[in-house]
Design a protein around this ligand. Structure first.
Ligand code: PGA
Length: 252
């Protein structure tokens, strides 16, 4: 059976290295006990080096929440995929709505996805509509987001792509989207991928759900939503809750 994947997006948390180390240690201990789940922690850039001392340690992979779309040069404040690769970073979350809202365009996202995949870093591409109407226009919106983000990607690199469906209105909310609607979106995204790359690649590209996932709803989202993984925000920096979540998903 293919392993499920759970990605923790720490966002801009916590505010001290000591606390970051505490969360990392606890996540790693929980991840080490799992059989059926790959766990990825995506802390803020500044903490990643502290967790990348051993490149061979595989119980908890390290990812980042962004990367720049040029390999190197005069780009003050930016971080290159080549630097990430060199340090042992395995995954990058790209196109999160909290970055799109602050000016990241589809074109920038397409360049980032292309360079990261060429560098050999797995990309967790975030897509999601801001609102929903009865008319189903969110489906076209998601299709366009996927198509434009993958515009520059060579099909041979598609094996390192993951899609995270995160309806913007369900992020940081009280409740996740209902699991039946998540299933509908999982199928829809696979169909879009199948039209772009063919059936086989579409089936093997993991589709994750994100938005108010916690230890209480995670199993139900897997079972009814038929996702391949989860992108978890708040609960990923809450060690007891995240440990419960991992355990629950591992036992499905
Ligand atoms: P949340 O965030 O789990 O806190 O809703 C999810 C995300 O933004 O990736």
């Amino acid at each position: 059976m293919k392993k499920k994947i759970i990605v923790g997006n720490w966002k801009m948390n916590p505010t001290t290295l000591d606390e970051a180390k505490r969360i990392y240690k606890s996540t790693k201990a929980s991840a080490g006990k799992l059989k059926n789940v790959t766990v990825v922690a995506c802390p803020p850039f500044i903490y990643t080096s502290a967790f990348l001392k051993s490149k061979t340690d595989s119980s908890l992979a390290i990812g980042v929440q962004n990367a720049y779309f040029e390999p190197q040069g005069s780009f003050t404040g930016e971080i290159s995929p080549l630097m990430l690769k060199d340090l042992g970073v395995k995954y990058a979350i790209i196109g999160h709505s909290e970055r799109r809202v602050r000016g990241e365009t589809d074109e920038m996202i397409a360049k980032k996805v292309q360079l990261l995949l060429e560098t050999g870093i797995k990309v967790i591409l975030c897509v999601g509509e801001k609102t929903r109407n009865e008319d189903g226009s969110h489906l076209d919106f998601i299709k366009d987001q996927i198509k434009s983000s993958l515009d520059k990607v060579n099909a041979k690199n598609i094996g390192n792509l993951l899609i995270a469906y995160e309806p913007v209105w369900a992020i940081g909310a009280k409740e996740a989207m209902d699991s039946a609607s998540i299933y509908e979106m999982t199928l829809f995204i696979k169909k879009v991928l199948s039209d772009l790359y063919g059936h086989e690649d579409a089936i093997s590209t993991p589709v994750l759900y994100g938005g108010s996932v916690n230890f209480r709803n995670a199993s139900e989202i897997f079972i009814t939503g038929k996702v391949d993984g989860l992108l978890v925000g708040r609960e990923s920096v809450n060690p007891p809750g995240f440990a419960e979540l991992l355990k629950a998903v591992d036992s499905i």
